[in-house]
Design a protein around this ligand. Structure first.
Ligand code: HEM
Ligand SMILES: [Cu+2]
Length: 486
């Protein structure tokens, strides 16, 4: 692979160590958050007993922790690969990790010490009205934690865009806009990592700024109760931010697919006009699709809901299609030698594609009015996040730290993760189809069979992920293997 990328350490922190630090933090936080999820599933299955207050606190910590850690690890994938093409600052990259850790501590403190349980979506005015369960300070710590994490990501994405502009001359060129519209030869387009990083950074910058606006307003309402603002506006701003941030985690992680599969097939990833067009379109659509979270809000302007529904059907699709098709054609008859890394990123594409189908169904008004707030929703998003995004990211982790780890650990981890993951998400989807509500601490007897199958799947996911993370940590002991980053 390319050695000595453009941004290679100019004194100061070594980029290889920084990426490994990101992944080490990811391994630990991911497993911790999975254990939180496992605990919730055990409680719903009535195999353990926890207070509802504690359940909702754990739900809040799991939701924000998972969204945060997929963001962080997605950023590691993006930065590692985009850095081969454009100059980026290792200092900013490390600063983002520090901001993340500080924010994560604030958030964990708000939950485990302050009892904050307003869900990761902190829907206004819930944080302010805890019914005595948590204080204004606890809610403030939570929101400050999100703000601090947002600042880190903002700096990182700005730095990535600065690097892209310095090499390609503009954001349109970074996306391959001319290629998308047939105005320039396909072969002169940016590499896939650059197009994806441009899209991800533009979207996340807009989303984070909007998120910061609503967080600051809500912080004021905590201490100045006479200050209020429109709840529907707040919900729009929050879901704009939340939808964008979580979607961008996938758009960053997918870069691992574009880079790792070709190393195994010895075929370059084909970037044609459709590829660039897909990335241009999703940059536009990710900004307009969030109203699918508000389909049951009758006070929303109808045209926005209709737009949200239609764009939901098409917004994820272009990039998904070019990626799935690209992955299949890259692998087909290539004589690929599968490794754990290649297997995981391939599973990631499949998990993403499969998970989007029930998501699109739910983004449709008539389906949403039945499935809204059932476990259908965690069913679809765990499919494309766990079996999609996290699988791609674990593939990246295996690629960075694969080399000299014991050989059995990887395949055993991969299969346990895959089988467990499938059982786990199917249990959610089946529960949703049977109208089991989401976000309920206490389940009725008729719902328990779904929950119990879910526990088994979740347990296997935790075991499989532990094996893969252990493999990564064991590989850290040996000198950095030939991934060309030093
Ligand atoms: C072992 C793996 C995992 C387990 C056992 C697990 C378990 C759970 C459970 C039980 C819930 C609550 C479902 C309900 O509403 O009834 C939940 C919600 C959620 N999970 Fe996971 N999960 C896992 C992995 C992930 C991953 C990888 C992500 C990635 C982002 C994630 C993000 C979320 C989010 C955003 C929520 C919604 C929280 C809310 O409703 O406010 N989870 N999870
Ligand atoms: Cu959404």
């Amino acid at each position: 692979m390319t050695t000595q990328a453009i941004g290679t350490s100019r004194g100061g922190i070594d980029a290889g160590i920084a990426v490994r630090a990101y992944l080490a933090v990811t391994g630990i936080v991911l497993l911790l958050m999975m254990l939180f999820g496992f605990t919730m599933r055990l409680a719903q299955a009535q195999w353990i007993n926890i207070e509802p207050n504690t359940f909702y606190m754990i739900l809040t910590m799991h939701g924000s922790g998972m969204v945060g850690i997929t963001g962080l690890s997605g950023a590691a994938v993006m930065w590692y690969f985009v850095r081969r093409h454009v100059p980026v600052s290792t200092g900013v990259f490390v600063a983002n990790l520090v901001f993340f850790l500080v924010g994560a501590l604030l958030i964990l403190g708000s939950g485990f010490i302050g009892g904050f349980a307003g869900a990761w979506t902190f829907l206004y005015p819930l944080p302010e009205h805890s019914g005595g369960l948590w204080s204004a300070n606890a809610a403030a710590f939570y929101m400050l934690g999100l703000l601090v994490i947002g600042v880190g990501f903002l700096l990182l994405h700005l730095d990535v865009l600065r690097g892209i502009i310095s090499v390609y001359g503009g954001l349109g060129a970074g996306l391959g806009a001319k290629q998308a519209f047939g105005l320039a030869p396909e072969k002169d387009g940016p590499p896939p990592a650059v197009a994806a990083a441009t899209m991800a950074s533009i979207s996340n910058i807009v989303g984070i700024v909007i998120g910061a606006v609503v967080l600051v307003l809500m912080l004021v309402t905590l201490y100045v109760p006479s200050f209020t603002f429109n709840t529907l506006l707040a919900k729009n701003l929050i879901y704009y931010f939340g939808h964008t941030f979580i979607n961008v985690t996938i758009y960053m992680a997918v870069i691992a697919v574009y880079e790792i599969l070709p190393m195994h097939t010895h075929r370059a990833w084909k970037t044609n006009r459709a590829f660039y067009l897909a990335w241009v379109l999703s940059t536009l659509m990710v900004l307009t699709v969030y109203p699918h979270h508000l389909l049951m809000d009758f006070a929303m302007p109808t045209w926005m809901l209709i737009a949200g529904q239609i764009i939901s059907w098409v917004s994820g699709l272009p990039v998904l299609l070019v990626t799935a098709f690209g992955a299949l054609t890259n692998v087909y008859r290539s004589g690929i030698k599968w490794s754990v890394a290649a297997g995981l990123v391939f599973i990631g594409v499949a998990g993403w594609a499969i998970g989007v189908i029930p998501a699109i169904a739910d983004g449709t008004v008539i389906v949403n009015s039945v499935m809204h707030n059932t476990q259908w929703v965690p069913g679809h998003f765990h499919t494309y996040l766990l079996l999609g995004m996290v699988a791609m990211m674990l593939g990246f982790m295996a690629y960075i730290g694969g080399g000299r780890a014991p050989s059995r650990l990887g395949p055993a981890g991969l299969w346990t993760f895959l089988i467990g993951g499938a059982i786990f998400v199917l249990a959610f989807l089946a529960g949703g189809a049977a109208s089991v509500p989401r976000r309920y601490a206490v389940h009725l007897p008729g719902w328990l069979p779904y929950d119990r199958v879910g526990v088994i799947g979740a347990g296997l996911v935790v075991i499989g992920t532990s094996l893969l993370v252990t493999r990564f940590f064991l590989a850290l002991r040996s000198p950095m293997s030939g991934d060309g980053i030093r």
